[in-house]
Ligand binder design. Structure first.
Ligand code: HH2
Length: 399
């Protein structure tokens, strides 16, 4: 018996540990790490001749690339591709593609960037530094609204909002919102939204010692909130609702969360069909990040969020949690807000949002396991414990 076992060594640290355990030569370990991790990289919109060359080059490296059927006789103009190989093979592919025509030089550059891309390790704000390379961050939700889906009206009164914020001890950030974005929620005027959130942020900014984000898609509200002490702007429209938002965030020097939403809260659940769920959301987030960077927001201050529950069916939300890792290719910290949402109710058959704690914790754990760095939640203490355990398990070593 040879006691065969399949291992997942896609993470270089884990690959190194196993190579060393085998007793491989030190120089060999360095060489083999890149052979231990298998990559499947999706490429979109290649010209047919480029797709042909890509496939041949990968085959010549002992690997492969899947392309559409019509590529071989150029009966189609463009094709997506799936590059299938080890990190080492992809590195060699990059060298082979550089001198090639049909847009392959640009593909080589993008692949190279993808391999070295790293998420920022910290977020600097006026109150200090928030580490993004340690345990996951828990963002406590403070809804100063009469109609939020799970706690509408609970903290609408200013005193109640302030009490709630102080109750959420242990949160790494607080997200203050003055307009519900639940499906079908009526819009709130800019003045009313400011009236709700600005005094609360002003009061909290000096007392809580953690960064505050303002949950708004209106540039004017974002401005007032940041002037009142908010460190980040959480825009559920991904910079699509207010053309002034990107420039405002850049000018204020705030951090930015760009979330994916289809349409607006009134319409988003009317059509949840996607030809390619993760692909479409990925492209939309990529566009939002580009828009932010073009307006002058430093890339390392932008976080991305696939927008659980915003224009997605219950099943699609589960798919997003399972495939969250793919969004890490954007090179930005991934934020997930699944807390108490209706897909949990649907999956577990629980009507009351306040009775969805266990489902919310499970969703947070899955998200962390699949690469989420920030969890936007109602139940701070319970989430802290659940994700700390998941985080510890994901990094556990035998030494
Ligand atoms: N979800 C809600 C609101 N803002 N922001 C980000 N970045 N991600 C989310 O998933 C997200 C969000 C909806 O939840 P909640 O604030 O609890 O409810 P409501 O919008 O009804 O106030």
């Amino acid at each position: 018996m040879y006691h065969l076992r399949v291992m997942d060594l896609s993470e270089p640290g884990r690959a190194r540990a196993e190579l060393e355990r085998i007793g491989a030569d030190a120089a060999g370990v360095a060489r083999m790490i890149d052979k231990a991790g298998f990559l499947a990289i999706r490429v979109e919109g290649l010209k047919a001749p480029a797709a042909n060359i890509l496939k041949q080059e990968m085959l010549s490296l002992g690997a492969d690339a899947a392309v559409a059927r019509g590529v071989v006789n150029c009966s189609i103009e463009r094709s997506d591709a799936l590059i299938l190989g080890t990190r080492k093979q992809v590195r060699r592919l990059i060298r082979k593609l550089r001198p090639q025509p049909f847009g392959l030089k640009a593909l080589a550059a993008e692949l190279e960037e993808l391999l070295v891309r790293e998420e920022p390790q910290e977020f600097r704000w006026h109150g200090g530094v928030l580490r993004l390379d340690g345990r996951p961050l828990v963002m406590g939700i403070l809804n100063v609204t009469p109609d939020s889906f799970s706690d509408g009206g609970d903290y609408f009164d200013r005193e109640a909002a302030l009490d709630r914020a102080l109750q959420m001890k242990g949160a790494d950030l607080l997200d203050v919102g003055g307009e519900s974005t639940r499906p079908g929620a009526p819009p709130v005027s800019q003045e009313e939204e400011e009236r709700r959130v600005v005094p609360v942020i002003e009061h909290l900014a000096h007392r809580v010692g953690v960064p505050i984000s303002v949950d708004t898609y209106k540039a004017a509200v974002a401005r007032r909130a940041v002037e009142a002490g908010a460190a980040l702007v959480n825009d559920v429209s991904g910079l699509r609702m207010d053309p002034a938002m990107a420039g405002t965030v850049a000018e204020l020097g705030a951090g930015l969360v760009v979330m994916h939403m289809r349409g607006d809260p009134r319409t988003m659940q009317s059509d949840t069909r996607y030809a390619d769920l993760v692909g479409e959301i990925f492209r939309a987030l990529e566009e939002s990040v580009d828009r932010a960077v073009e307006a002058g927001v430093p890339r390392e201050r932008v976080w991305v969020d696939p927008g659980i529950g915003f224009g997605k069916s219950a099943e699609q939300n589960l798919v997003l949690l399972r495939r969250l890792e793919e969004f890490r290719s954007l090179g930005c910290p991934v934020l997930v807000g699944a807390s108490r949402k209706s897909f949990i109710g649907r999956t577990l058959g629980i009507e009351d949002p306040k009775d969805r704690l266990e489902g919310s914790l499970a969703a947070a754990v899955v998200a962390v396991w699949n690469g989420a760095r920030i969890l936007r939640v109602h139940d701070v203490r319970a989430t802290r414990r659940a994700v700390d355990l998941a985080w510890a398990a994901s990094r556990a070593t035998e030494e």
